[in-house]
Every structure is written in structure tokens, then in C-alpha cells.
Design a protein around this ligand. Structure first.
Ligand SMILES: Cc1cc2nc3c(=O)[nH]c(=O)nc-3n(C[C@H](O)[C@H](O)[C@H](O)COP(=O)(O)OP(=O)(O)OC[C@H]3O[C@@H](n4cnc5c(N)ncnc54)[C@H](O)[C@@H]3O)c2cc1C
Length: 457
């Protein structure tokens, strides 16, 4: 009798809890992935991320084939079509149990509940996607955390006590197989240098921890520097697990990885932000339904200026650091974190456009689009979320550029029409360059933001 591993956002063979348990339970395994193009369209998943999933599946299929495990890829339009598909598949292959790693977003959890209800076989759901499961981290009153700092403190205490080492790849289940053909479910795209296999992602993690993590706290805010890991896409689709990240960090750490003032601890903090936002989405599902965390901010009357929005999307606002960030996003599918904060802040607090427009636009472009991190980042920037920037903290896009791209190196790369300017003018281009004038005046936009937020307090 055969057991089934249903892969979702965990496209790896190492440190995969569901795969590990299924392999220890059964001598015969099959694996399945179900692409859901209609659901992805509703969730705004970018074409780049879909292409990344397709390439990662090719690689996973080859790896599993060497272990004697056949991976089938099926297409269902939406999550609601999955229970029937799985029922048919399990009958066809005489599957006696299903194993999968839990996902913590509302639609994903409803999908899994429907699968458990409709399948006549045992379904085993494992905690795997985070280092600490949302149900396992509550404050002293038994309530979910709303603020990052105490969350991170409790998170560290739990992880220090109960951190387990990453799981090995399961042993071969049979003779090597020929990998099955994968049906096309998205457009083929050239993904440049992004790691598209778990081995490539592990190699990037290893090199980052060996060569660059110790400078992370100094370099992480400078978009022109190669200062961050660029592992977000691998983490989003599960080529890598956060356990593997932490284990590698500990193995390579030169400084004490728990101390706040070092690269290692600062990087760990970012992994904790990733967990925090997934906990927020789990415990406060209104954010998944399009509501602001701070409900009073849902009463803000945003601008519907489509021309301004289009200029922001295309990187034509007349603010060089904003435009460089948006062009990086459009050209590469990734944007540096500092620029995500600057461009998001600009859309909301200089253009007064609803943060949801920006959230959606980012998802459609990002190769690392991940609902909880994206929504958390947008609500932080818009001052509408948990632990958000206070509404009166408003980035000045010119001084942000001067501070984080002082010689204009990053701006020159993505806004070539400004490349000839010196390091002062590049942040405030003089009239006469082939570059738009600022579409809004920052000082008056700032004043208007303060009034908009005061009106709903
Ligand atoms: C408006 C906005 C939207 C964002 N949208 C996303 C998104 O869709 N997907 C996404 O993965 N991250 C998102 N982030 C968080 C952050 O910008 C990216 O995770 C980071 O830029 C990825 O680059 P990196 O892998 O080099 O990160 P590193 O600096 O190397 O960090 C390591 C890992 O920690 C996690 N991480 C880092 N910063 C954050 C953060 N602030 N919140 C949550 N997780 C974090 C990521 O998984 C990242 O790969 C967003 C931030 C903002 C302000």
C-alpha cells in the first residue's frame, strides 16, 4: 500500500517534515504537487514566482526520482477543486494515507480542512513552515502578540530550548525512476541568477553565512551593496526551511548569534520578522480579508489618483530613490528591503493612495511575494498594522536617498538618465534633465498625511 506526500510551499527533499514522516511510515511513497492557476490569479501570485515554482518542481522531480519516488504534477483551477482531485488520485493509486506540511493562511487552512473531511484516508498535517507554530507562542495572558519586540524575546526563548537539527533527506524508497513530465501551468521565464533548486538555495545560504553575514548589520540598509542574503524567494516557495537557515547561521557564526549588535543576530531578527507576520496573519485573520489591523484607519479617504499610481508603478515620480526602487522591482522581481519601505511609504504618505493598491502591485511583481510578509510590510509602512511605524513618522524620499545611497550608485544603475549627475544633484535632479519633475511636493504631502490620520484617530 502506498502513502502520499502532498508538496505545497515546501519544494525540497532535505528537512521536509511531511516527507520525513511519510518515508519512515511507509515503504512505498508517491509525491504530488497541485498547481492552482486560478487561485494564484486571485491571490496575485506573480508570473515570476509561478515560473520559479515550475523550475523548482523539475529539480525536485529529478531528486525524488533518484530516491525511487514518483512526483506527479496536476492542475486544479482553484483550491475548491482540490478535494475532488485528491480523492480521485488517491483511489487511482490506492493511497492509504496523506502527509503534508501545514500552511497558516485562511484559504489554505480551509482547503486542508475540506481535504481532511472529504478523503476517506488518514491525513497527517505537520508543523514545518515556521520555527515556532502560531499556536505555540502566546503572551502571559494567553493572547497572541501584537508587538514585535516581546514576540521576538519569547520566540528566542522557545527556539533556544527546543531547536532541532534539520532533517536528513529520506533514504531511497526503491530503484531510481525516470522523472515524469511536468504539464505546463505557467509561462516560461528566464529567472536570471535566482536559485531554482534546493541545492542552489543551500549553496547561496552557505556562502552568505560564510562570507557576508558578519557584515549584515552594517550593509543591510544599503541597496547598492550586496549586503542581504536574497533568499526570500527560496524561503517563500520552500526550497529552504527556516530551520536550515538557523542551523547554518549557528554553524558559521563568528560572534554569538544571540547578541543584538552583530550581523548574525540582526539577520536572525529578520527571520523572526518573517515568523511574526505569519503569526499575525494566523491570529488576526481580518488582515487576510483585506482589513487594516488598526480598524480605525479603514476610515481614511484615500486618493484615487490613477495617474499618480501609474507614475509610481513605472518609476516616474521624479524622486530618484523611489523610481530606482520601483524599476528594480519591475526589472528583476525583487526589491531591497530599505527601498520597499521607502516606495511603500511614498505611495501612502506622499501620494495618499490606499496601501492595498501597492500591496497588490508588489505581489504581482515579486518573485518572493508572500502574503504575510507583504501585508505586514505594507501595513507597517502605512501605519495601519501591528507594531506599525507611528503615522507621523514620514520618510522624506530625498533624504532617504542621500542617507542610504550617498554616492547615487544604486540610482545610477536603475535610473540611467541620471547617471551623469554628481552625488549631490542625483538626489535632486536640476530641471532640464530627461527625467520628470517631482509629481508632488513632499512638504505639503506630509502635512496632508498628518491631517488624514488625525481625522480618523
Ligand atoms: C512593503 C514591504 C513588502 C514586503 N513584501 C515581502 C514579500 O512579499 N515577501 C517577503 O519575503 N518579504 C517581504 N518583505 C520583507 C523584506 O523586504 C524581504 O523579505 C527582504 O527584502 C528579502 O530580501 P533578502 O532575502 O535578501 O532578506 P534578508 O535581509 O537576507 O533577510 C532574510 C530573510 O528574512 C525574511 N525577512 C527579512 N525581512 C523581513 C521583513 N521585514 N518581514 C518579513 N520577513 C522578512 C525573508 O524571508 C528574508 O529572506 C516586504 C517588506 C516591505 C517593507
Amino acid at each position: 500500500m502506498t502513502e502520499l506526500v502532498w508538496f505545497r510551499s515546501d519544494l525540497r527533499s532535505y528537512d521536509n517534515t511531511a516527507l520525513h514522516h511519510a518515508a519512515s511510515n511507509s515503504s512505498k511513497l508517491r509525491a504530488l504537487y497541485i498547481a492552482t492557476p486560478g487561485q494564484w490569479q486571485d491571490h496575485g501570485i506573480s508570473g515570476r514566482q509561478q515560473a520559479l515554482i515550475a523550475q523548482a518542481l523539475h529539480s525536485l522531480s529529478e531528486t525524488l526520482a533518484t530516491l525511487g519516488i514518483a512526483l506527479d504534477v496536476k492542475i486544479a483551477e482553484r483550491f475548491s477543486d482540490i478535494p475532488a482531485l485528491l480523492k480521485h488520485y488517491c483511489e487511482q493509486h490506492a493511497i492509504r494515507a496523506l502527509h503534508a506540511n501545514r500552511e497558516y493562511l485562511l484559504n489554505e487552512m480551509s482547503r486542508d480542512d475540506a481535504v481532511s473531511e472529504q478523503l476517506a484516508i488518514p491525513c497527517h498535517w505537520y508543523h514545518d513552515r515556521l520555527l515556532v507554530a502560531p499556536q505555540d507562542l502566546l503572551n502571559g495572558s494567553g493572547l497572541p502578540y501584537r508587538v514585535f519586540t516581546p514576540f521576538a524575546k519569547s520566540w528566542r526563548a522557545i527556539v533556544t530550548q527546543s531547536m532541532r537539527t534539520p532533517l536528513r533527506r529520506p533514504p531511497a524508497q526503491g530503484k531510481p525512476l525516470k522523472p515524469a513530465a511536468i504539464p505546463p501551468f505557467c509561462s516560461t521565464l528566464d529567472l536570471g541568477g535566482w536559485p531554482v533548486s534546493e541545492n542552489a538555495a543551500l549553496e547561496r545560504l552557505r556562502r552568505f553565512c560564510a562570507e557576508r553575514i558578519q557584515d549584515y548589520d552594517q550593509q543591510r540598509d544599503l541597496p547598492a551593496a550586496d549586503g542581504t542574503s536574497q533568499l526570500s524567494a527560496a524561503l517563500a516557495i520552500g526550497l529552504l526551511s527556516p530551520r536550515q537557515c538557523l542551523a547554518r547561521l549557528q554553524a558559521e557564526a563568528r560572534a554569538h548569534w544571540q547578541e543584538q549588535a552583530c550581523g548574525e543576530a540582526t539577520w536572525l531578527n529578520e527571520l523572526i520578522w518573517r515568523e511574526f507576520y505569519q503569526h499575525v496573519a494566523f491570529h488576526f485573520p481580518q488582515v487576510v480579508k483585506g482589513r487594516a489591523f488598526r480598524t480605525e484607519t479603514d476610515n481614511i479617504s484615500w486618493s484615487g489618483n490613477e495617474t499618480h499610481f501609474q507614475a509610481w508603478c513605472e518609476g516616474r515620480t521624479g524622486y530618484p530613490i523611489v523610481d530606482a526602487g520601483m524599476r528594480q522591482l519591475n526589472q528583476t522581481g525583487w526589491m531591497h528591503n530599505r527601498l520597499r519601505m521607502i516606495t511603500a511609504g511614498f505611495l501612502v504618505k506622499d501620494l495618499h493612495i490606499n496601501w492595498r493598491w501597492g500591496e497588490r502591485y508588489f505581489m504581482r511583481q515579486l518573485i518572493d511575494g508572500e502574503f504575510a510578509a507583504n501585508n505586514g510590510g505594507w501595513q507597517w509602512s502605512a501605519s495601519t498594522g501591528t507594531d506599525a511605524a507611528p503615522y507621523f513618522r514620514i520618510f522624506n524620499p530625498t533624504t532617504q536617498g542621500q542617507r542610504f545611497d550617498p554616492d547615487g550608485k544604486f540610482i545610477r544603475r536603475f535610473v540611467p538618465e541620471l547617471a551623469h549627475l554628481n552625488h549631490r544633484d542625483i538626489h535632486q535632479p536640476p530641471a532640464g534633465t530627461n527625467y520628470p519633475a517631482p509629481i508632488v511636493d513632499h512638504a505639503s504631502a506630509r502635512q496632508k498625511t498628518l491631517e488624514m490620520f488625525k481625522a480618523v484617530r
